[in-house]
Design a protein. Structure first.
Length: 370
């Protein structure tokens, strides 16, 4: 039997309606898969279970640029890991100048968290350029004010002083019989008996050599200071490139006396050489620094490192391994050194010393002809 056109149209519409209902019913049954996909989240779930913030794991790493001897930074690395669980990755540089230059070059993307070692004169310019993080350790209250940056960008943690290295054997054989007493002051080195038997370092090439020259200018004044240096030049055999050279040449008996860093003199004496250290009154000194590099990836660990450096146990460890003074008064001085409170320091103006360096070196070179 054939349907009439109108009846056939109604029948087709009913059939299509039935099929659409069936399809929608099937899609509803499989809807749970669509809801669990990354691109679709049910409104009910989003409102009842808000997303939780995931806390980043605490860093256990610290990147250090070290202007220290290899043995020193290795011991620091080991002890810091033992005490804090934080692993140090270090780059040992030849000196504070090189470390400072590297930090400046990396200012757009800092790679270090800490700069440690070397005189604080190298830290101040970095602070002025905004490359160090301002941080004052709570342990700084136990340290004399002169070792703390009042602006909070660097921290002193050790001190090195200039001293006289004396070869005891040669002195007793050659000078003592002449009635010469062991030198106790810088002025004692002007004795004509030291002519050709004394050496110091060149201020143009050695940091210690320049600090020694500045020491004389600060303790005696400009005019008398240059007069002293001119008279001393008559006794100096030659000026070495590095401050440590004078220790070696005196220790091996080539010279009776020299000038260098007291802690390095002590270290050589402990190896059995017949030398001793004498720390004169009005001597100059360096403050060994540490600073937090701004923008480093592990700033909180860097602050922990500064706190750690200022503790008594670490001060004792550093004194033992480097023979440098700790800035803490409750840490005993290295063997063979006088107590830090008994060291009579010159009024050393670090800002002025930096500003006048070029002129002083030029005048010294012209005066000595070397």
């Amino acid at each position: 039997m054939f349907l009439k056109p109108k009846a056939r149209t109604v029948s087709l519409l009913l059939a299509a309606s039935f099929m659409l209902t069936t399809v929608l019913s099937g899609c509803g049954a499989g809807g749970s898969k669509t809801a669990s996909s990354p691109t679709s989240t049910p409104a009910s779930t989003a409102s009842s279970e808000p997303a939780k913030e995931t806390k980043a794991p605490e860093s256990k790493k610290l990147v250090v640029y070290a202007a220290l001897n290899e043995d020193d930074i290795v011991q620091i690395q080991k002890k810091f890991k033992e005490d804090t669980g934080i692993e140090i990755e270090y780059l040992r540089l030849s000196g504070a100048g090189e470390a400072s230059t590297r930090i400046q070059a990396e200012k757009a993307a800092p790679k270090a968290d800490i700069f440690v070692g070397g005189s604080v004169e190298f830290y101040e310019p970095l602070a002025q350029q905004g490359l160090l993080e301002k941080y004052t350790s709570p342990n700084a209250k136990d340290i004399e004010a002169r070792f703390n940056d009042p602006k909070g960008y660097w921290q002193g943690w050790y001190m090195g002083v200039l001293g006289i290295v004396l070869n005891k054997d040669r002195f007793q054989k050659e000078l003592a019989p002449k009635g010469v007493k062991e030198p106790a002051t810088w002025d004692d080195l002007l004795d004509p008996n030291y002519k050709g038997l004394f050496l110091t370092s060149n201020p143009a090439t050695a940091g210690g050599g320049y600090i020694f020259v500045a020491d004389q200018l600060f303790r005696l004044g400009e005019e008398k200071g240059w007069d002293y240096l001119k008279k001393l030049n008559a006794n100096v055999h030659h000026y070495t490139p590095a401050a440590g050279d004078g220790i070696t040449l005196t220790a091996t008996g080539e010279f009776v006396a020299g000038m260098s860093w007291a802690h390095d003199i002590v270290k050589s004496a402990q190896k059995g050489y017949p030398i001793k250290v004498i720390v004169p009154e009005q001597t100059a000194f360096e403050i060994g620094g540490v600073g937090v590099v701004k923008g480093g990836a592990n700033t909180e660990n860097a602050k922990k490192f500064v706190d750690w450096l200022l503790t008594k146990p670490v001060g004792e460890m550093n004194t033992k391994m480097s023979n440098r003074y700790s800035v803490r008064k409750d840490v005993a001085p290295p063997d063979g050194m006088i107590k830090i409170e008994d060291v009579k320091l010159v009024n050393y103006d670090r800002d002025k010393a930096a500003q006048m360096k070029a002129d002083v070196v030029k005048k010294f070179t012209e005066m000595t002809g070397k």
